[in-house]
Design a protein around this ligand. Structure first.
Ligand code: GAP
Length: 431
């Protein structure tokens, strides 16, 4: 984990937020490479779960919502962590993260547990007497429930169908930890899938298959994935059943995504609290009902962390240690490095022009500094899947070599076919 965290900082994937001020606990910044990786993940998710399906639509709702939303959703009442304090060293812990009944740091006696609401409170309005307290959303899905009627009456959707959203969520986590695994500001990719109650098991299983397949198609090793079924007594306040997809991180197994059967809980609560009828009218059957909700809810940052952990590898090339990020090409931040074999004899100009053309299709870099082997190595370390070399033969017949990061094999390809050769291998549409 230390090696990965240091690579992420050194290469510009992820840094601590506000680092020059000493950082702020639980907040992270995605640098030039991190932002590309994250965008690729989100775009791939949107492609598979929204774009190619005819039973899904999207939403991009505001982060700040009416304070009543959080009363209706049950978060004001029930979104609590139970906290204990060490009477000796004064450190604070989540009770469910402790193994024994003493302080894990100094062995001191602990206080009785107290409830602490994990929502991040904020104040909206400019003057003290009119400003209202509300919260930064702790999950993106509540806007999907609140907007349910707007969406179904403005789009031509019929049950069963789902609404997807990607966006920021905030939780005042007591112990943000394990790099970006548990943070206070993070992104979620959530789907609320509305179906009839009698079909809930069918859809739960279908979503189980679909989300598992998505992780496998990201190139994550299946041996590092598993399901965890939540016991009935520890289900969230809204859930009838929850299973998590977990990944085996260097620090142990951790949740990537939860799949929950939320039943009719949320639509019923919002109907009751808002006084607006959020039932669905089935015109064919002439029937009105509150749909049941199956919810796949994934974390962008945790998926990015799993992809980074899974991609990290070290091997040896010509007796030298090589660090290589084996990202699936569709996720790699930079798709190709373009290098002239030598800077002179017109090769640099050809390579620069090729790189300019390619960057209109996908992210690329041009590099002419140092030995060619070093340049390949620099690209390996940030997971660039293809290295294109312009050499003397290029001047004669217009072909370049494309070196593949993992096998290190090279093929010769005419320059005008490079974009298509790489384009096929980085597309989301390969599964
Ligand atoms: N709407 C349901 C919901 O929010 P959750 O299990 O609390 O369910 C869903 O969160 C996903 O959001 C988790 O599986 C995880 O990937 C991500 N997530 C939750 N809390 C997080 C945190 N503090 N830091 C990073 N990701 C988090």
């Amino acid at each position: 984990m230390d090696k990965l965290v240091s690579l992420c900082k050194r290469k510009g994937f992820i840094f601590q937020s506000s680092g020059i001020y000493g950082g702020i606990n639980g907040c992270w910044d995605f640098g030039p490479l991190g932002v590309e990786l994250k965008r690729n993940l989100k775009d791939d998710w949107w492609y598979h779960f929204v774009q190619v399906r005819d039973d899904m639509v999207g939403l991009d709702a505001s982060i700040i919502m009416h304070p009543q939303v959080w009363v209706a959703s049950g978060h004001v009442e029930a979104f609590h962590d139970m906290l204990v304090d060490c009477k000796e060293c004064k450190k604070r812990f989540r009770e469910d993260h402790l193994e024994g009944d003493r302080c894990p740091d100094c062995g001191g006696e602990l206080t009785e547990p107290r409830a602490f609401n994990s929502m991040l409170r904020t104040r909206l309005g400019v003057s003290d007497d009119t400003a209202v307290d509300t919260y930064l959303r702790p999950e993106t899905c509540q806007s999907i429930f609140v907007d349910f009627k707007e969406i179904y009456s403005s789009s031509r959707v019929k049950i069963p169908f789902g609404i997807a959203q990607i966006g920021k969520s905030f939780r005042n986590e007591v112990n943000p930890r394990n790099f970006i695994f548990r943070s206070r500001e993070f992104e979620q990719m959530e789907i609320e899938f509305f179906c009839r109650e009698e079909d809930e098991e069918f859809w739960f299983e279908r979503w189980q298959e679909d989300i598992w397949k998505w992780y496998v198609n990201l190139g994550i090793r299946e041996s590092r994935l598993r399901w965890y079924e939540h016991p009935k007594e520890s289900l969230a306040h809204y859930s009838k059943r929850t299973v998590d997809v977990e990944y085996e991180f260097p620090f142990g197994w951790g949740e990537l995504q939860g799949l929950a059967n939320r039943g009719t809980y949320d639509l019923t609560q919002h109907s009751r609290h808002s006084g607006k009828d959020l039932s669905f009218f089935d015109q064919e059957k002439n029937e009105r009902f509150i749909p049941t909700v199956i919810e796949p809810s994934a974390g962008v940052d945790r998926t990015a962390l799993a992809v980074l952990c899974d991609a990290y590898d070290e091997d040896e090339v010509n007796g030298e240690k090589r660090v290589v990020m084996r990202f699936h090409p569709k996720l790699a931040p930079i798709k190709a490095g373009v290098f002239p074999l030598v800077k002179k004899e017109g090769l640099a100009e050809i390579a620069e022009e090729l790189e300019r053309k390619l960057r209109r299709k996908f992210p690329t870099v041009y590099d002419h500094s140092g030995a060619i082997g070093r340049r390949y190595r620099r690209m390996d370390e940030i997971g660039t899947p293809f290295g294109i070399c312009v050499d003397f033969e290029t001047r004669e017949n217009g072909t370049v070599t494309i070196r593949e990061r993992d096998s290190m094999e090279q093929v010769r390809v005419p320059m005008e076919e490079v974009a298509e050769y790489i384009g096929k291998r980085i597309s989301f549409d390969q599964d």
